[in-house]
Design a protein around this ligand. Sequence first.
Ligand SMILES: [Zn+2]
Length: 361
Amino acid sequence: MISPIGVFEPLKLGVINKLKRNNQVSSSASLFATRPDTFEKSSAQKKVDLPQTDILSLSFTGLKNAEPVRSLGHIICPCCGVEMMTQKDMNDVSRHLGQTAQQSIKTLNNYEKYMHPVEKECFENLKTWSEEQPELNFQQLLEAHKAPELEKLQKKQNTILDKVDELSSNLPQNEQELVKNVTKTTRELVSSTDKQIKFKRKTFIQNMEDLSEKITNKDLHKQMMKEAKTMPTSQNDVSAFVVKYADRKHNEIGERLVKLSVGTIEHIKPQSEGGRDDVRNYLLECGGCNHNRSSIPLGDWVDEHPEMIENTQKYMDKVIEFINNGGMKGFHFYPQAVANTLFMQSDGKLDIKVNGLKPEE
Ligand SMILES: [Zn+2]
């Protein structure tokens, strides 16, 4: 096998821009295009030929080639920095959840360190609540504590709608009306007591986005969008978590507490943009970050998540340690290759150093 290590000199920015131009990178971003369980789509999608950086990729097509990257196992997520679980861990959780919250908590205690902050906080709440009512399962506990959380959530949602209204007061009257129509409908959904009528964050954001052509002051629209996107989700808000999952099944709730911490294959260059199923285009990333990024271009994503710069460097240092200790056999080129991909796809915002990699034996 040809050793690719010598071929991957760190790319210079000029070269990168040229590569990007040739590759006609577009920047269409669709939010929430995938569900967490469908990230790793087998790629029947259109492939775009990359320039010669991928000349060595011939033998690594198809998502099954993700195994070397998956073997990184309990490494930190390069995006949020949380230590990730493996699919095997997840299967263990699913198999060993009990009938009651108390039984399930015993299993989940082993995986608490992998939980994201909101999940951890919910788990702590569930522990406390289950001590008071040990016979209940997760669903029943969430249901029992839903009312005060719903009240808190509605308060936050209404505050955001107030801020959007406030911003819109600087618009011409007719445009102001358009915004008020959206916020008014949303307010009704947020406070609806009818279980069939549910507020959907995604729909609200889409409705706000749809105003972009009608609102002349683009900067103000941008500010309103920024505000709209602060609408809580079950990933960043405990109340939203409790409200959302109070009518889900016990096992689903137990699994949800850790599910987004499982390491998944992230395409650095999104598949929808022609990103290849190739280890050079793969990061092991937690399900939560993978889901949230969807197909947002990496440069934009780094702007929204500047912590990724530090976390990706930590990820890389761990990868190198893993390889130096005999891991990822035959994929010695991965650190430099992936650093190049990251640099290129992020417009140089992720300039990750490959330090201390021992020569391949
Ligand atoms: Zn993450």
